[in-house]
Design a protein. Structure first.
Length: 638
């Protein structure tokens, strides 16, 4: 959630910051703001609640030229989404608030944008108020701005002056001393009135990256604002502080001083973060899935050994053979993917698997055997609950691996090893291609552990054959787009949907219901089909559609009986079925056929029509598909 963009260089900062904030809209936000430092030497702050267009209007009406600035899109954690609570927040301005809060600037010494939550802000605020600081917002972030100013005042009074080592300048000392007092999480970008040549960034538990250009630097909370502007990137780690000028980048550890930082190539283009010819990012990402599935498998299948190949697990085959239990943890869509993984790994590797909500695992104290391995599943690599669960299991001495989409993310960095999805940036808040890529990676793990244990060479080759056909089968499933749109038109006014499936299609029922809830705001519930008669069937009536996942498989006849139970109560049925299934067609009101696929890969193919159904219903209802209300793409607070 929240977005940070900063720039220092030779170009007009306002244009680059606003473009970057637009690229970060997918993260979810309720207000936006920008702070600039023009040649006049006074901080100029503009901010507005609501969509970014309000801030852009303020900028057009009177933003000064500046080659340095910081910007932010906020998702409220402390205080309502108001102009006053929007970032940036300023420190050191003890003048009474003026009538035009949106353009207040001038006497402030520092401007701050912040992602994260400061848990001890109340105690710090009380102390700062006793020092005479005046607070104008309800946020924890304003505490940081005033705290940095307070530390800066003491550093100046101690006689510190500009030094060759950036760690010894009073401005950097002030930031380091301030963040040492904070308890919680932060990604910070700080602009000082007296230093028009420098930005200072710091992170703990909330991502920040620095794009390295030629005579310019970009700072952001993820890589998407950098695409097309920088081809090199530096990922900041926890407790690191970056001192950034137009031509230099110095990275310090908060406590120990300067450290060496790695500069990596930025493998992201402007086209990757654009919609192209699609109406929404979500639709684009749904249609990208044949290629993202190929990317998840690329280089990871060995026909010679009839197994999967992973380069980043950092555990030897012998160590992995000693694993006697796997814990899969995640949140939301990633948790649903974990449920698919549970079915696959237990079926093909005969290895016990437990799936845990990360938000619950972090506070539980489950008995874990010595041979337990944790996989943390996450699209962003920054989900606070998943990170905390990983840290807790790691603290107990168990190996931890990540299944993640974002290179350089916190979870990818802190895990002992892992597997990248290589799905490219997922901009739509409702996850689509990341889910299917996660399921593909979990399928590869089922193959890998199966071959380590008891799976035969011939069975391994059959598994690989099925996986290699998967991208074409997903492409075939996407051809039902127009037919699904017609079904959406029929059911767009329903108030409740039921999603029903069994075995490995049960998690897909959960995921289909989640997609509909997220973007259309229709109440939807997913259940194992056999559980319907244990309560949910009370909801069935002529106005409540039931979406059944009923491709051919081991429990096909059982699920068909559940369909008949719904029809007996006049409930409309939308069926996801195998091609040419006359029995399903005779019962269901609407049928969406998916191509024939082995049962263990049905969840990946069956997810596609459910994504399209949710998308078309949401569009028909006039919803903001890519930026649904109250949701954020990357949930970096508990």
């Amino acid at each position: 959630m929240c977005g940070i963009v900063g720039y220092i260089g030779f170009r007009r900062a306002t244009d680059l910051i606003l473009e970057g904030l637009r690229r970060l809209e997918y993260r979810g936000y309720d207000s936006a703001g920008i702070a600039l430092l023009p040649d006049s030497g006074e901080l100029h702050v503009l901010k507005a609640a609501g969509r970014l267009a309000r801030l852009e209007a303020l900028v057009r009406a009177g933003a000064p030229d500046s080659s340095i600035g910081i910007g932010h899109t906020r998702w409220a954690t402390h205080g309502a989404p108001t102009d006053a609570n929007a970032h940036p927040h300023i420190g050191g301005d003890d003048q009474p608030a003026g009538p035009d809060e949106d353009s207040r600037h001038g006497e402030a010494n520092v401007a701050v944008v912040h992602n994260g939550v400061i848990e001890n802000y109340r105690a710090i605020k009380d102390r700062l108020e006793s020092e005479g600081y005046v607070f104008r917002s309800e946020t924890d972030t304003e505490v940081i701005a005033h705290l940095i100013d307070s530390c800066l005042t003491r550093a100046m009074a101690a006689g510190r002056s500009v030094a060759d080592d950036p760690a010894d300048t009073p401005w950097v000392v002030a930031v380091r001393e301030a963040i040492a007092q904070l308890r919680g999480t932060y990604g910070l970008l700080v602009l000082f009135r007296d230093r028009p040549d420098m930005l200072v960034a710091a992170r703990l538990g909330s991502p920040l990256v620095v794009g390295v250009g030629d005579g310019e630097h970009f700072i952001a909370s993820d890589a998407s604002p950098l695409a097309g502007h920088a081809d090199r990137i530096v990922y900041l780690a926890d407790h690191e502080v970056a001192v950034i000028t137009a031509g230099t980048l110095r990275v310090l550890h908060r406590d120990t001083g300067r450290i060496e930082h790695a500069v990596r190539p930025l493998e992201l283009s402007a086209e990757d973060v654009g919609m192209g010819s699609y109406a929404h990012f979500m639709l684009k990402e749904i249609h990208e899935q044949p290629e993202t599935i190929r990317a998840a498998m690329r280089g990871r299948l060995s026909r010679d050994d009839a197994t999967a190949v992973f380069g980043g697990l950092n555990l030897t085959p012998r160590q992995l053979q000693r694993i006697n239990r796997i814990v899969l943890t995640g949140c939301g869509t990633s948790w649903h993917a974990a449920l698919v993984g549970e079915y696959l790994i237990e079926e093909f590797a005969r290895l016990p698997v437990e799936v845990e909500y990360a938000s619950e695992l972090r506070y539980r104290n489950p008995p874990l055997d010595e041979g337990t391995l944790l996989f943390a599943i996450t699209q962003s690599g920054e989900t606070a609950d998943t990170l905390a669960a990983l840290r807790e299991i790691k603290r107990k001495g168990h190996p931890t691996l990540a299944i993640c989409n974002v290179v350089g993310s916190t979870i990818a960095t802190e895990a002992d090893g892992g597997i990248y999805l290589h799905a490219g940036p997922e901009i739509g808040v409702a996850s689509t291609k990341a889910f299917t890529s996660q399921c593909v990676v979990l399928s590869l793990l089922a193959l890998y552990f199966g071959r380590l244990r008891h799976m035969s060479y011939e069975r391994g080759l059959e598994f690989i054959d099925a996986l290699e056909r998967l991208p074409d089968l997903v492409a075939e499933a996407l051809r039902a787009d127009e037919a699904i749109k017609r079904i959406a038109e029929r059911f767009q006014d329903a108030n409740t949907f039921l999603y029903l499936g069994r075995q490995c299609n049960f998690p897909v029922a959960l995921e289909g219901a989640l997609k509909l809830k997220e973007i259309s705001y229709i109440h939807a519930e997913g259940y194992p089909a056999a559980e319907m008669k244990h309560g949910p069937i009370a909801l069935v009536d002529a106005a409540t559609p039931s979406v059944f996942l009923i491709p051919q498989g081991a429990v096909y006849d059982k699920v068909l009986l559940n369909v008949e139970e719904i029809k007996a109560r006049k409930g409309p049925v939308i069926a996801i079925s195998s091609p040419g299934d006359r029995r399903v067609r005779d019962l269901a009101d609407e049928v969406i056929e998916i191509p024939e696929v082995p049962e263990f890969l049905q969840p990946i193919v069956a997810a596609v029509p459910l994504q399209l159904l949710a998308y078309h219903i949401a569009v028909l209802r006039g919803c903001d598909v890519d930026k649904p209300r109250n949701l954020a793409k990357s949930v970096t607070v508990e």
